[in-house]
Design a protein around this ligand. Structure first.
Ligand code: ZN
Length: 392
């Protein structure tokens, strides 16, 4: 019994030691061919570990740890943004929107407005006359001075007593707050939010790209077959991010011009499918085609210059157009820098082995991709607000 116990303890120790040796990190030169991708990252590789150890390695330090986490955090960031957008964005009406307020009123369904307001203001005088006043006086955008003639303060007095009961009727500040409250009261009744689908398509594309990339970096070292599948999924993810990034700017810029809308969206969708098919070919993932890959995805992104110039030409002078274009230029800079770093393998090529764990090009590329996608999200919010208020 003792012998047996001692032997099993020895065996247990031996097994643990063997496991420790087996799941040690290895150097580049001892990797199988399919895992050799970047010779400037010299050590800290996992090589053909069992799936359990591979999955657990998300919590240990190796040269892919930060590659996994940069895009996993990016995925959760975009998941949160999607939930936030779905719950919060359609309800946002701020004073900034007032610049299009007269246009909205011109298009307003006054009968519906009257019905909605009557629920709040039971003793409404002639709202119909108010509607006529809107239609005749608003082309001059002369809202503030004429507001008193609409008896709006009296109407709102019933709805918002605590706000106006002490107000001086000639006070400009009070008048301004009446304007603000009127806008916030009436604007949601007239806003006809345009479809969010293109925006959610982009958010979905971004989440797919980030999650697939993160999983790819975690599990590709398991086996040649899994690496083959995951790398292809990773490229499909990048293609889908680029492709769906076109949806919000193209749709919201050209939603009133279906020909151009369909032309641009059809073109980029075909290009996305073509890029995904090319990335299925075995040559595509070879290390020497790194620059080709960067060029292909950059080329796809650069196709966005066409619709953006078109948008600038057609809507020149509208603040939202400059605002969105600013975000799009920022996104282009992030993605462009990311592609450059990816293709040149800076900084590890200058000091091989020094950036194995932190700071190598692929990690910088990941962070730049998340930053570019976030910049595009901000542009998308501006598009939504613009089109919600402007309509077609
Ligand atoms: Zn990656």
């Amino acid at each position: 019994m003792e012998n047996c116990g001692a032997r099993s303890v020895r065996e247990g120790k031996g097994k643990r030691l063997w496991k420790k040796v087996k799941y040690q990190l290895v150097e580049y030169h001892s990797l199988p061919g399919y895992l050799r991708d970047n010779e400037y990252i010299v050590g800290h590789y996992r090589s053909e570990w069992p799936m359990k150890q591979v999955l657990l390695s998300i919590f240990s330090i190796h040269n892919e740890t930060l590659n996994v986490w940069t895009h996993l955090i990016g995925f959760f960031l975009f998941l949160s943004l999607t939930i936030y957008t779905a719950m919060k964005i359609p309800k946002v009406v701020d004073l900034h929107s007032l610049q299009h307020f007269p246009e909205m009123l011109m298009k307003a369904d006054m009968n519906k407005l009257q019905a909605e307001l009557l629920t709040c203001l039971p003793s409404m005088p002639d709202l119909h006359r108010l509607g006529q006043d809107f239609k005749t006086s608003l082309p001059t955008m002369d809202m503030l001075p004429s507001i008193s003639s609409w008896h709006v303060k009296e109407l709102l007095y019933n709805c918002l007593p605590e706000r106006f009961s002490s107000g001086n009727h000639t006070d400009v500040c009070v008048l301004h707050s009446v304007k603000e409250d009127l806008a916030n009261l009436i604007a949601p009744l007239m806003l006809k939010p345009i479809t969010r689908l293109p925006f959610f398509a982009f958010l979905g594309g971004a989440m797919f790209c980030l999650l697939v990339s993160s999983v790819c970096h975690l599990v590709s070292c398991h086996s040649e077959r899994l690496s083959y599948i995951m790398l292809r999924l990773d490229y499909a993810g990048i293609a889908s991010l680029i492709c769906t990034s076109f949806f919000p700017p193209v749709y919201y810029s050209f939603m009133c011009y279906p020909f151009f809308c369909n032309l641009y969206l059809g073109f980029i969708s075909l290009l996305g499918i073509a890029a995904t098919l090319v990335s299925l070919l075995p040559f595509f993932q070879k290390p020497k085609f790194r620059t080709f890959r960067a060029a292909l995805f950059c080329g796809m992104g650069l196709c966005g210059v066409g619709p953006i110039l078109h948008k600038l030409y057609w809507f020149w002078g509208e603040p939202e157009v400059f605002h969105t274009t600013g975000y799009e230029i920022l996104m282009g800079l992030f993605y462009g820098l990311g592609a450059l770093v990816y293709a040149t393998r800076i900084p590890e090529r200058w000091m091989p082995g020094k950036f194995d764990i932190a700071g190598h090009s692929h990690q910088l590329f990941h962070v730049l991709v998340v930053a570019g996608a976030y910049s595009h999200y901000r542009a998308g919010l501006v598009y939504l607000r613009w089109r919600d208020l402007r309509g077609c």
